[in-house]
Ligand binder design. Sequence first.
Ligand SMILES: [Mn+2]
Length: 343
Amino acid sequence: MSWSMSAAVALPDETMLGIVREKRHFALFTHYNPDGDALGSLLGLADILEHAGKQVICYLEAPVPAIYRFLPGSGRIQTDMERVRDFLRSAGEDGACIALDCGDEKRLGLYSEEVLKYPSLLVIDHHHDNPGFGDCNWISPESSATGEMVFDLAQALGFFLSPQAAECLYAAISTDTGSFHYAATSSHTFTVAAELVRCGANPAILANKLYNNYTLGRLRLLQDVLSTLEMYEKERIAVIRVSQAMLERTFTTMEDIEHFINFPRAIHSVRVAVFLKEREPGHISVSLRAKGRCDVSAIAVHFGGGGHKNASGCTMRAEHMDEVRDALLPHLVAGIRSHKKKV
Ligand SMILES: [Mn+2]
């Protein structure tokens, strides 16, 4: 056995490095319903670019979810697209847009078409099925999180990493790897995490802010959600659900369900965990999390969604959540069985 460098990861090409080095105005975007990786990579990159002397604007179509408001810089995020338009207009040729953690252009949300039309759009993402919808694309499915890629980008350019940026990127990686548990966690992920800690990210403080942050209402909501647990296929498929009535009863919102899917996924026999969410009556969103090699992104794509092989989602129209479950089950069973045969 020998000491070796970190696992091979795709680094940004010279075109992307050149654009980030030379342009001086950047509008940063991430996906709607942002998670820790979306927000952490957005705010981390904003901080890094500003320390490199650039002007930066960050856009989200809705306010930052409460549990991520502790991230340094979260208060700076614009929800007014007109401000972004002004920024890009005054930047002229010196401006670029960057889409972070967006598996496809639809994930940009309300203004995706407008962002796509912008003459200089960079895409930085780790979703394996990203079509490369930008003018310059860096897609690295080997990376555990977009936050990990932002670190690699900063390092490739020799840009300074402040303690605030380190915190944002550490939060991005910690959340997208399920605290360094998921399959995409590589030796490089730990190398990056170690560097982030060296630059000022505090793992214990961040773990408390990210995971040990429940309100009483949120714990009561978890009680309600776990009481819906259903098991199928010899306890290899677990299904939980959340309804609008549960949110009302516990004075919580959909933001409070973050990470709940890890509970059914934690059952030793479970290969796929399913979370059904009643966004509004007749409008059900689905999260799928696989343990092992069942490809749940293929199932999500079949129903008009997308994501990673072991973490994906889609949205369906149905009167009742039972209908959504019944539509999904045959695909989940087939997914688990097809994998078994290959082994
Ligand atoms: Mn991500």
